[in-house]
Design a protein. Structure first.
Length: 583
């Protein structure tokens, strides 16, 4: 008996399902319950990083299940496989945080390997915790298969003493306890209230920032980022992703058909207008490198200078993703930026429509829904206190600033969460790792005016470029949000606020000037002039660097050693893959 159905000749899964020589392969599929109809359909891999180690991912089996239902309904053959995740919040402040950025690479590598090895036709890439998102998008770009990106959604805010709270408040509470402004019992009560269920951290932190980027880049349908994790809308989005990927297969719509220089300019515009995480700088540079699209760290500053900051969400503000969702989600912000001339409306999306066409389509749907319900459509309009029109912004410039100078010749990254005309100068307090800096802060060592310098935490030097929300939150929690600066060749959480400068490049491990800063050196953080500098002459710096020798690698075997040797500069996205575009 022959295989009863013939598969479209354009589908590469024919390599494992068609012809008499593939009878053993089909036999394996039949063992898993697939039939002739499945085997003649496009094979859609659903990459699922579900795990019980973080609330960001604990529900992703259900989200992936809804996507699988959508694939089935649309006539596809869904195959699900798992990949890893690291909980950034739980590993924060520990040696384990070195694994976080590495997990971005492992996720991308593993999804690419499965898609390549199993000859799948398309992907639905599911993501929860921070590095899941860029890792999944990197894999989509590398494979260049029809792909729909699917975010798992964010956690609802907790309620504590009549106000909304998130894990950011708990991290800052640690500093408040050390400073005597909160008791340990009060911190425990806050700890119990801050995270009420499944989903990624609720503010405009890294996960929600990258989910916003997925929409703006066009890799996810508009409106898909903001529905909360534990909401019926999230599962409707997931099922829709499964259906949409079959449309992408039918029309051979791939990431290379979607992503352009204009797509990335749109993403940067959205990031700086929303006050998104500094990590998006790192990840967008990495995605562009994978796509073979020219993007430079200076592009972020150039776009930020001409883009108004029109949203005020945590960590700078008080509202979270759920509040934005209630106002219409990412499309509301996109519509304002498009109408103001800040967005390239002709950039393509995964639906086959441009950004402008998709916004018009969503507006038509909203009007139709309002006609039947009697309610007025939002359609880009909102009178929320945390969203403003482009002609009356919170700040005239965007939130991301790229600082250069004799301390960061290749650049460094700062997100403005307060006064955007900030200038700070003070004595350096130098630490060779995060732990020593945290101990200093918790023991009450910091003084007004200090500049905390944490080095040897870069992509190669860490290795892994740890996020340092523990330290930055402790500084802010002790009342030093505006009078103490911090700089590092490591990274910050999206929840970090205050004058914290990260991604200092070149990093100390590679002989960057940060390697030779000494206690007491006068360091200046000058936002208006985009400068990060130390009060030393070029000759003095050169003399110190001539006498400098790098530390021995902290790991000489295993995954940290391997990736520590292969990471590139943070100024270029800390990529480990050369980013050659697939033909």
């Amino acid at each position: 008996m022959s295989n009863s159905s013939e598969k479209d000749e354009s589908l590469r899964s024919r390599e494992v399902t068609e012809g008499p020589e593939r009878a053993p392969h089909r036999s394996m599929f039949r063992a898993m319950g697939f039939d002739d109809d499945d085997l003649s359909s496009p094979m859609v891999a659903v990459a699922n990083p579900a795990a019980d180690i973080t609330p960001c991912n604990v529900h992703l089996d259900d989200v992936a299940g809804a996507a699988i239902d959508g694939v089935n309904e649309a006539g596809g053959m869904p195959i699900e496989f798992g990949t890893i995740t690291i909980s950034d919040a739980i590993s924060m402040g520990t040696e384990g945080m070195k694994a976080s950025l590495i997990s971005r690479e492992v996720i991308a590598d593993s999804v690419e390997l499965v898609a390549f090895g199993e000859r799948v036709d398309a992907l639905v890439t599911v993501a929860g915790c921070d590095k899941n998102l860029p890792g999944m998008m990197m894999a989509a770009i590398r494979t260049d298969l029809p792909t729909v990106f699917l975010y798992g959604g964010s956690i609802l805010p907790g309620e504590h003493e009549g106000r909304e709270v998130t894990v950011q408040n708990v991290f800052e509470g640690v500093g408040a306890v050390a400073h005597g402004d909160m008791t340990e019992d009060e911190l425990v009560e806050l700890e119990h209230d801050a995270c009420p269920g499944a989903g990624s951290c609720g503010g405009m932190f890294t996960a929600n920032t990258m989910a916003t980027m997925s929409e703006t880049l066009g890799l996810a349908p508009l409106g898909s980022a903001s529905p909360p994790a534990e909401s019926p809308e999230r599962y409707k989005v997931a099922e829709g992703a499964g259906e949409l990927v079959l449309d992408a297969v039918e029309n051979d719509r791939k990431p290379s058909d979607i992503l352009t220089r204009e797509s990335f300019e749109n993403a940067i515009t959205m990031q700086v207008a929303m006050g998104g995480s500094t990590n998006a700088v790192l990840h967008l540079l990495a995605l562009a490198a994978e796509a073979g699209i020219e993007l430079d760290i200076d592009d972020f500053d150039e776009i930020s200078r001409r883009t108004p900051k029109i949203a005020n969400l945590q960590p700078g503000g008080t509202r979270v993703m759920k509040d934005l969702h209630d106002e219409g989600g990412i499309p509301v912000v996109l519509r304002r930026l498009l109408d103001g001339g800040y967005i390239h409306g002709n950039a393509m999306t995964v639906t086959g429509r441009t950004i402008e066409e998709e916004l018009d389509h969503l507006g038509s749907e909203a009007r139709s829904a309002s006609d039947s319900s009697g309610q007025s459509p939002r359609g880009g309009e909102s009178d929320a206190d945390f969203l403003r029109p482009v002609d009356d912004p919170f700040h005239e410039e965007g939130a991301i600033k790229i600082l250069k100078g004799n301390l960061s010749p290749e650049g460094s990254v700062l997100k403005v969460t307060g006064e955007d005309k900030f200038h700070h100068s003070g004595p350096a307090r130098v630490f060779e790792n995060e732990e020593d800096a945290m101990k200093y802060v918790q023991e009450g060592g910091i003084e007004s005016g200090d500049v905390i310098v944490i080095r040897n935490e870069g992509p190669r030097g860490g290795p892994g470029m740890r996020e340092m929300l523990g330290v930055t939150a402790a500084v802010v929690g002790q009342g030093h949000e505006d009078d103490v600066a911090l700089l590092t060749d490591g990274r910050f959480s999206g929840a970090t606020r205050g004058p914290m400068v990260g991604h200092v490049a070149p990093e100390a491990r590679d002989g960057g000037p940060i390697a030779v800063v000494e206690d007491g050196d006068e360091v200046a953080v000058d936002i208006p002039n985009r400068e990060l500098s130390v009060d030393l002459s070029e000759e003095e710096l050169d003399d110190r660097l001539d006498d400098w020798e790098p530390n021995d690698p902290r790991y000489t075997s295993g995954v940290l050693a391997k990736y520590g040797e292969t990471f590139g500069s943070a100024a270029n996205g800390a990529v480990t893959n050369p980013g050659a575009k697939r033909e």
